[in-house]
Every structure is written in structure tokens, then in C-alpha cells.
Write a protein that binds this ligand. Structure first.
Ligand SMILES: [Zn+2]
Length: 177
């Protein structure tokens, strides 16, 4: 696993000192996944079975409060993360800039199958505008009851931009049944 990540990091020009400085964790890639939703363009989103069950409960409860939550990202493999970074490098974006919005391959919560990027109708996906929505207010009040937590709040220690749309399911967290 770590040799594979090192090979990918070398290939992308991500140095070991940069990884250490960011204080990031290596996460295991999910092996068991299920489709949790499909959008109107036919794109499907996958999570681990436990995270998928928690997400279904959470989004169903949101609907009861007239809050519509849509997934714009869920499971994303380590290889796919590397491809996205490669494409940005090809577009002449520096690796330092890229890593303020994307985790190095192996260090993203998205390949655990437990992280979701959430949007709501009328808001551009993965933008700070999400913070002003009733969907975000609802998540702040209720998400933790379903085991979902905001991963990158303002001034987070990982050097990522504030991501009000990115939430992660933590299996050991108390869940409401
Ligand atoms: Zn995310």
C-alpha cells in the first residue's frame, strides 16, 4: 500500500516532506461498495454499505424537514484521484495549489467510501455558497446524529480550504436509529 502511494506521489511530484508537513493520514481504500444514488445524468455514487445506509437515513430525514440533499461526489478511487491531479498539472496548476483543494492520492477520505460532497438544488456544487443554504444549516444541526461530520472546517490543520460541502461518515460515531 505505502509503496504504491510513494510511487504515485513521486510520479506527481509530491515530496515526502510536503506530505509530512501537511500532517495527513493514509486511509485504506474501500473494497466493498454499493451504489447509493444516481443523478439525472446517469452518474452513480458509491459508498461502503454502512455509510450508504447512514446516508440514506440522513437524507430521508432531511426530506422530512423540506431539505433536499444531493450527492456531487462520494467514493473516488486512489487511481482516479491521481488522474484528477495529473490533469490539473497538465493545465499548468502547481502541485502546491492543487493540494489546497485535493488530497494527495491515498490521503483522501473519498477513497474510504465514507466521504460525501453534498449540494442542494440552486447552489453550484462544491462552492462556499453552500454554507449559506438551509441544507448546510440542517447538516450542522443533524448530521452528527447519523455519524457524519464536517471534515475540513475553517482553519483546519491540514491546509485545505474550508469545505462546507464535504462530510465524512465515522463508523464508531453514535448513530440515531
Ligand atoms: Zn470532498
Amino acid at each position: 500500500m505505502h509503496q504504491r502511494l510513494k510511487t504515485i506521489a513521486d510520479d506527481l511530484g509530491i515530496s515526502e516532506s510536503l506530505l509530512l508537513a501537511k500532517n495527513l493520514c493514509v486511509y485504506q481504500e474501500a473494497t466493498e461498495l454499493e451504489v447509493v444514488s444516481t443523478d439525472n445524468q446517469g452518474r452513480s455514487y458509491q459508498l461502503t454499505p454502512v455509510a450508504a445506509a447512514a446516508w440514506r437515513k440522513l437524507s430521508a430525514c432531511a426530506v422530512l424537514d423540506d431539505v433536499e440533499l444531493t450527492l456531487v461526489s462520494a467514493f473516488r478511487s486512489i487511481d482516479r484521484q491521481a488522474d484528477i491531479i495529473r490533469r490539473k498539472l497538465a493545465a499548468d496548476i502547481s502541485i502546491d495549489d492543487i493540494l489546497t483543494v485535493l488530497a494527495p492520492p491515498g490521503y483522501s477520505e473519498h477513497h474510504t467510501g465514507c466521504a460525501v460532497d453534498i449540494s442542494t438544488p440552486g447552489t453550484a456544487p462544491a462552492t462556499l455558497a453552500f454554507e449559506q443554504t438551509s441544507a448546510f444549516a440542517w447538516l450542522n444541526a443533524h448530521a452528527q446524529h447519523f455519524g457524519f461530520y464536517l471534515s475540513f472546517p475553517q482553519d483546519n490543520t491540514y491546509g485545505y480550504q474550508y469545505e462546507p460541502w464535504h462530510w465524512c461518515f465515522h463508523p464508531s460515531s453514535p448513530t440515531a436509529d
